[in-house]
Design a protein around this ligand. Structure first.
Ligand SMILES: [Zn+2]
Length: 343
């Protein structure tokens, strides 16, 4: 009985928060259009979000060329809260979950996606359109149960968009509440860099899927691509399983993931990690480098909320951050050797 009451309450809450719905049928419209309409509505009705987008517009950017790859530094003071966020288990258990329906800001609305996710406008954007795709229920950040959703989202958003995932210990702002992000494609330098075929070493290939390792990126990058979402999902699962074995863990291996969809090809770009934040992040006072690498940073956009970091980060500093937080080559190689025969 109490369970029923709870369920009814949560349905009412959801009803209040839904701006539009998308179920995949033609009549429910084009997903990116619905999300952009939502963003326009939120800019009109939610001052905090409007301020976040103004802060992004007023921010500055500059390219840093590193050996073989480049990054874009983004000075974005509006991101200070996310960059410095405490994401330890204790910190998380003490705060109300900001992706749960009952804690969403009053003005916030979302696009209900296939009855399972609420697509929300991120009020502290890094991109001119930046969405958080939160599961409607409070459940932990873990990719294995949500790979089908990831691949479906990629196809529903289409080629102009990129779907992002942060592992719970390497960049997810809410490790206790499952979520993806969606942003316009083509803005992260890595998206273009991985297209250079000379950069890619083919690790394995069958009729449905190919798996590559990218060279010269300053961090480990694995690319899984194919025309069958089932095969692409299975290859990702196999890679994660191999990583788990190599790392001797039962937990999800630390990864960030970029999902790109083009003309019926699903392409997953996986960044295996060993550490969330570089040591420089924990230095005292002015010596602290406030860069907190998550999927956007691994994709090549380094968000710096403080001007001093924006000004002082050079190619050596960027290369050393990547080197420190990326999983070491020897572990990646072992995992790739292990899956060569299994897919
Ligand atoms: Zn939650």
């Amino acid at each position: 009985m109490r369970h029923d009451v709870k369920r009814r309450e949560s349905r009412t809450l959801l009803g209040e928060k839904v701006y539009a719905g998308f179920n995949g049928r033609e009549a429910s419209g084009h997903l990116p259009d619905l999300c952009l309409e939502l963003l326009t509505q939120q800019k009109r009705t939610w001052p905090f979000l409007r301020k976040g987008y103004e802060s992004l517009r007023q921010g500055t950017e500059r390219h840093v060329s590193c050996k073989g790859f480049s990054v874009l530094l983004q000075h974005n003071p509006g991101r200070v809260k996310s960059t410095l966020a405490a994401v330890g288990e204790q910190d998380i258990s003490r705060r109300p979950c900001f992706l749960c329906l009952r804690h969403l800001p009053e003005e916030q609305r979302g696009v209900l996606y296939r009855s399972a996710y609420l697509i929300l406008s991120n009020p502290m954007p890094v991109f001119p359109a930046h969405f958080t795709i939160a599961h409607v229920n409070h459940r932990p950040q873990a990719i294995s149960a949500h790979v089908d959703s990831l691949l479906q989202l990629m196809a529903d958003f289409g080629p102009g968009w990129t779907v992002l995932y942060n592992g719970p210990k390497c960049g997810a702002s809410a490790p206790d509440h499952f979520h993806f992000q969606a942003v316009p494609s083509g803005r992260m330098p890595a998206e273009k860099e991985i297209r250079g075929k000379r950069r890619l070493t083919l690790i394995m290939q069958n009729d449905d899927v190919a798996l590559y390792r990218a060279k010269g990126m300053g961090r480990e990058v694995i690319i899984i691509e194919g025309g069958s979402p089932t095969a692409v999902g299975a290859a990702l699962a196999a890679f994660l399983k191999a990583l788990k074995r190599v790392l001797g863990t039962h937990e999800e291996p630390m990864i960030n993931l970029i999902g790109l969809y083009e003309q019926t090809t699903w392409r997953l770009v996986v960044f295996p990690r060993r550490k969330h934040r570089p040591d420089a992040f924990f230095r005292p006072g002015e010596a602290r480098v406030a860069v907190s690498p998550a999927v956007v940073e691994m994709g090549g956009i380094l968000v710096t909320p403080f001007a001093r970091d924006f000004e002082r980060l050079d190619s050596a500093a960027v290369a050393s951050i990547f080197e420190e937080v990326s999983l070491e080559a020897v572990s990646v190689k072992k995992a790739l050797d292990a899956i060569r025969s299994t897919i």
